[in-house]
Design a protein around this ligand. Structure first.
Ligand code: 3PG
Length: 220
């Protein structure tokens, strides 16, 4: 993690990406687990946390982490509408991640003061996000949409864009993604295996976070 980063202030999308090599993609349905999980990840050196809006409890989990784990920076993932952006900002999310991009989501995040990492999988989507001033983007779903080869190809026409590949990224391929000059960090769910979360194995999650936080990267 970037020890010089003041995590209580307003962040840019680039700061969110630069803080650690991996942004964990988290699915939570229990507020108590949320706080313990966040503490376990922070103990392993990972504090930018993407809590996906995929469960009815997701907003309450974001709220609990924001309140009880001030050393973490909670973001919301799976932000698909302006209403999602407003709701997660109200809950205390400090950044937003979306699986795709629309101007409405971009505008809502700007209005709410949330840095946004929007998902893109095509050149046209990159151009649409760039039209709205966004140059830090999530490549989603990274493996399914072309993997490292796609990012290499985009490095030519979109040399000014920095990516966070997410979707199908794992310990087996994270290093390859992170060796690319246009990849600042990767996203993935492997830091928070659902069985470890269910049995409260926070030591395992801290160990996974430690390994992830030590991955080398070329950019950032
Ligand atoms: C997601 O949105 O679920 C993320 O892309 C995580 O994908 P993964 O489970 O393949 O890491």
């Amino acid at each position: 993690m970037d020890v010089n980063l003041n995590v209580s202030g307003k962040l840019t999308a680039l700061q969110v990406m630069q803080d650690a090599p991996v942004i964990p993609v988290i699915v939570l349905s229990d507020v108590k687990q949320a706080v313990q999980l966040a503490r376990a990840l922070v103990a392993g050196g990972i504090r930018m946390l993407e809590v996906t809006l995929r469960t009815p409890q997701a907003l309450a989990c974001i709220e609990a982490i924001a309140r009880d784990v001030p050393e973490a920076v909670t973001g919301a993932g799976t932000v698909r509408s302006a209403a999602d952006a407003q709701a997660c900002a109200m809950a205390g999310a400090r950044f937003a991640v979306s699986p795709g991009y629309t101007h409405a989501v971009g505008q809502a995040c700007r209005d709410a003061g949330l840095p946004l990492l929007p998902g893109v999988a095509t050149g046209s989507e990159i151009m649409m996000a760039q039209e709205d001033g966004l140059t830090e983007l999530k490549f989603f779903p990274a493996m399914q949409a072309g993997g490292p080869a796609m990012l290499k190809a985009w490095g030519g026409p979109f040399g000014d864009v920095r990516f966070c590949p997410t979707g199908g990224v794992s310990t087996a391929n994270a290093a390859e993604f992170l060796s690319l000059p246009n990849v600042v960090c990767v996203g993935g769910s492997w830091l928070t295996p659902s069985d470890a979360v269910a049995r409260g194995d926070w030591a395992q999650i801290t160990a996974l976070a430690q390994q992830a936080s030590q991955l080398a990267r070329k950019a950032a």
